[in-house]
Each structure stands twice: as structure tokens, then as C-alpha cells.
Design a binder for this molecule. Structure first.
Ligand code: ADP
Length: 493
């Protein structure tokens, strides 16, 4: 099985969130079960660690595109970078603005299809041809690829190649792309499921309409996407493709995110010895942050994007309440549109709170290893990785009951803690966060052994990719079978 991942991000080369983490770790897990998984992505100018391979041209209405291909690798996964004027030349940023990114990623989709063709012509691998069985595309940036592949379905070579789309975030869709699609001479996307104009011009909807199989990144979020609250207007397209749509929980790279070997933390520890060893990380973090170094003061953490999706707007008043009334410390790390009010929190509680408005991988690791609690109050969360990293590092998550947070965090049973790995709440309100935090703080102070058993359960759980990689393999097989059925006319799209 040969699978070409087509994506806008891949950790560690370029990452803004969970999509980058998944593309950075799932292909490796697939290779371990015999899938020849490779990745193609834009060659942003922030990527240097790669070698030039070859050039190719691909036809387009507005003049042929000239592409330069470089190659790198992540843990044995080949990664190809595509550079081409005018969109992927001097772009220090992964994402820019709607009216630049939309034509930019349409162009990337065209380049990527061209690249799949070049691989099939033996331009790499010492002249050996490499026909992908599946093009696995991610989010709206690559949503046009399944359509382009569908358009090529009568050409030999392309006719058996299937497509799979993974939805990491339904809120970003690449809407109103019509003018650029028309300018490129791309035929109308006239699938009945896309019958309304706006969906024919919506790159994510096009992907959902034309991919052979579609998934999102947790089973619970797959249910949610059928309804307007989470479907962001595309719920009808999801219903139309319901038979081909599943939820597969994200895994993590358990070799990279392992407190036993993590080189960024003060003291390594395991599920066997965390009771004795983990506190050294908390003390080191408190010292680094210039807070009182005291193992008994609960240290609450947050790592993530500072946006309304992440519930930052109601998290901030909850933190004011808790920091005013309780003997606790807080450390927050993030960037995004709500930086100003988040930053103020650190300035207000000088001795007890620290807020860092930046992206910092090493600091994130120190927080996972040192904090007692990790806040994830998201309004919606397709899967969420922050809480998984926290669980793996023995930091108990406080989460809103939504999406993948429900699939990954088991609520504390409030008793002897024979169940539970964290604390959950439902309402998108400051009172729900502060009330749940008080419950967690009470547990920390008065039921320490129940707390430690929760830590242990979270740490012992298998968060790796093995189970989910097998589910992706099955999805690829189903996608191929469906493509063949379409071709034979047994089933029509
Ligand atoms: P999303 O993809 O919606 O941003 P996820 O929880 O799926 O959310 O993934 C977020 C990832 O980005 C996690 O790996 C988290 O540790 C990381 N991250 C987010 N913000 C920061 C930051 N400011 N510094 C370091 N890591 C961050």
C-alpha cells in the first residue's frame, strides 16, 4: 500500500497545531505496519533542512507552473517540498490572509497532483515508478485534490488511485474560492451534495463531496459534525456522505512525548516512579518562572492557541476568580488573537501567574511535566492533543465535554477514584471552569492518593498510534475498493 500525504503542515518542519502533529507522526506509524507512507507539502521559506532533487512543469490555464522539488525526512518518512513562483517562494509564514491563501493552496493542490504524476514517472527512487494507491489530504488547504483526481478518473494510471480526506478543523473551509477556480479553468463541482453555489466554491466542502472516504479525528466529533452547532454550515454535505464518514482518534508519537526520555525536562520519570520523581519538575518549573517553589501549591497550566475556539474568553474571568481567592499558581503559554487580555492576567497577579505570548515547544514540555492541572476549556475540539500530552506526563486535564476531549478524558468518579483521568464540565461559562477547578483543587488537597491513581491511569494508557494506524489502513482499503466500484459503474458518485 502506497500513501501520499498531501498537507500544509508537518511537525517538526512547519506546525501551527494538531494537523502538523498528526502529519508528523501518523505516516511513521503507518510505515511500521508496512504502508509506504510519504508526505508532500509546500516549501515555505522557513524550511531549510532538505536537499534539492528535480524540477518539473505542470500545465495550467494561466501559464505552466515551474516547480522545484526538495526532499527531507522525519524518522524515516520521506518528505517532499514543493517550491514555485509566485505563491511558495518568500513565504516566511505558513498561513497568511484569505485572498492570498485561497489561490495559494489551490495552486498547491495542482502542484501536488503534478508531483504525484512525476513520482509515477520514476523521477525519484532511482527511476522506479511510484504510483500512490491513496492520496491522503488534510483540511481545506488540500480539499481540491479529491476533485482533481476525480476529474482524471478516465485516464489510465489515475483511475485506481483513491482519495481520503481528514477533517482536523471544520471551521476553516476555504470559502468563496469560485473566482480563482474559474480563473484556473477548473470545471464546475456539480455534485448534487454540493448543489448550492457556496458549497461548489468551498474547498473543504469540495473535499468532503469528492473524497472516496472522509474522517475526522475522534469518534465523538464525527457525531458532532452532523449537526449545525459543529458542522459550520457543512452538516448537510456530511449527511450526504455519511456512509463514507468515520471518526478515528488521533494518537501521539509516544517516543517523542515520553517523560522517561524527554531531554527537555529537569527529571525523567515513569508511571512506576512518578510519585517520587515528578515533583522535581514542578520545583524546577516554579523556579524557572520565578514563582514560589513549593510542591504543595497547586500549579495550573494552559498551552494552546489564544482564540475563542479554545474558550479563552471565558477562561480568563475564571482564572481571575481562582487567583484572587485560592492559593494557587498559574502558567499560560500561547499565541493568538486574545493575547492582550491573556497577557494582562500575568501582569495583574505578579507573584502567582505567568503568561507567555509565544510558541515554545521546550517550555510546553516543561509545563506538561511540571504542572498539576492542564486547562482545555475548548468550545469545540475535534480531537485535542494538549490533554493527551498532559495525561501522558501525569498532569490532570480539566476539559469541556466536547469532541475528542470526551473520547480521551474520563471524568473523576469523585470517590476512591477507581475511575477517571481528569475533570470535565459542560457549560461554556467562567463559572463552570472555576467551579470545576475548585473541585479539582479540593481533590488535590484532600484526596491525594485518588489524585495519584488518576495520574497513573493517564500515564499508563496507550496513547500511541498503533490502534488508529490500523483503522487508517482499513479506511485506505475501503477507499480503494470504492474507487474501483465507481470505475466499474457498480456505484455512482
Ligand atoms: P489545535 O490543533 O486546535 O491548535 P491541538 O490540541 O490539537 O490544538 O494541538 C495543539 C498542539 O500545539 C499541541 O502539540 C500543543 O502542545 C501545541 N501548542 C499550541 N500552542 C503552543 C505554544 N504556544 N507553544 C508550544 N506549543 C504549543
Amino acid at each position: 500500500m502506497k500513501v501520499l500525504f498531501i498537507a500544509s503542515e508537518m511537525a517538526p518542519y512547519a506546525k501551527t497545531g494538531g494537523l502538523g502533529d498528526v502529519v508528523g507522526s501518523l505516516p511513521k506509524a503507518l510505515r511500521q505496519i508496512g504502508v509506504d507512507a510519504r508526505v508532500v507539502m509546500p516549501h515555505y521559506s522557513l524550511i531549510h533542512d532538505c536537499e534539492y532533487r528535480f524540477n518539473y512543469t505542470f500545465p495550467r490555464r494561466q501559464g505552466d507552473g515551474e516547480v522545484s522539488v526538495s526532499e527531507g525526512s522525519v524518522d524515516g518518512v520521506p518528505v517532499y517540498f514543493l517550491k514555485s513562483w509566485p505563491y511558495f517562494v518568500d513565504d516566511g509564514k505558513i498561513y497568511t490572509v484569505w485572498d492570498w491563501d485561497t489561490p495559494r493552496f489551490i495552486y498547491f493542490c495542482q502542484m501536488a497532483i503534478g508531483f504525484a504524476w512525476e513520482l509515477a514517472q520514476g523521477r525519484l527512487d532511482g527511476g522506479q515508478t511510484w504510483w500512490a494507491d491513496v492520496l491522503h489530504v488534510q483540511d481545506w488547504h488540500t480539499g481540491l485534490v479529491p476533485f482533481l483526481l476525480h476529474e482524471a478518473r478516465f485516464n489510465p494510471g489515475w483511475q485506481d488511485m483513491a482519495s481520503v480526506l481528514t477533517i482536523h478543523n471544520m471551521a476553516f473551509q476555504g470559502p468563496q474560492a469560485g473566482q480563482w477556480l474559474n480563473a484556473e479553468g477548473i470545471s464546475p463541482r456539480d455534485l448534487p451534495a454540493l448543489r448550492w453555489q457556496e458549497w461548489r466554491d468551498n474547498l473543504l466542502a469540495i473535499g468532503i463531496g469528492y473524497a472516496n472516504k472522509i474522517n475526522t479525528v475522534s469518534p465523538n466529533h464525527a457525531l458532532e459534525l452532523h449537526y449545525p452547532r459543529f458542522g459550520e454550515g457543512l452538516q448537510d454535505v456530511i449527511w450526504a456522505r455519511d456512509r463514507d464518514f468515520v471518526g478515528i482518534l488521533n494518537g501521539i508519537d509516544a517516543d517523542v512525548f515520553d517523560p522517561a526520555t524527554d531531554i527537555h525536562i529537569a527529571q525523567n520519570y515513569t508511571a512506576e516512579n512518578f510519585r517520587e520523581k515528578r515533583p522535581a519538575n514542578k520545583l524546577a518549573l516554579q523556579r524557572d518562572l520565578g514563582l514560589t517553589a513549593d510542591p504543595d501549591i497547586p500549579l495550573i497550566g494552559f498551552v494552546g492557541r489564544l482564540t475563542t475556539q479554545k474558550g479563552i474568553d471565558f477562561l480568563i474571568p475564571a482564572l481571575y476568580d481562582i487567583l484572587q481567592r485560592e492559593d494557587v499558581q498559574f502558567v499560560g503559554l500561547g499565541s493568538g488573537e486574545l493575547e492582550a487580555s491573556f497577557g494582562k492576567l500575568g501582569a495583574t497577579f505578579e507573584t502567582r501567574a505567568r503568561t507567555y505570548l509565544k510558541y515554545d515547544f521546550v517550555m510546553a514540555q516543561k509545563i506538561y511535566a511540571g504542572a498539576d492541572l492542564m486547562l482545555v476549556p475548548s468550545r469545540y475540539e475535534p480531537c485535542g492533543l494538549t490533554q493527551i500530552y498532559a495525561l501522558r506526563y501525569g498532569c490532570l486535564p480539566v476539559v469541556r465535554e466536547t469532541g475528542g476531549l470526551v473520547d480521551t478524558v474520563e471524568n473523576y468518579d469523585n470517590d476512591a477514584a477507581e475511575e477517571g483521568t481528569g475533570f470535565r464540565f459542560l457549560f461554556e461559562e467562567a463559572g463552570a471552569v472555576s467551579g470545576t477547578l475548585r473541585w479539582a483543587l479540593d481533590t488535590y488537597r484532600h484526596k491525594r492518593s485518588a489524585w495519584e491513581r488518576m495520574q497513573e491511569r493517564g500515564m499508563r494508557h496507550d496513547w500511541g498510534w498503533e490502534k488508529s494506524a490500523a483503522l487508517y489502513l482499513k479506511l485506505y482499503e475501503d477507499a480503494i475498493a470504492q474507487k474501483r466500484a465507481w470505475r466499474k459503474g457498480l456505484q455512482t458518485l
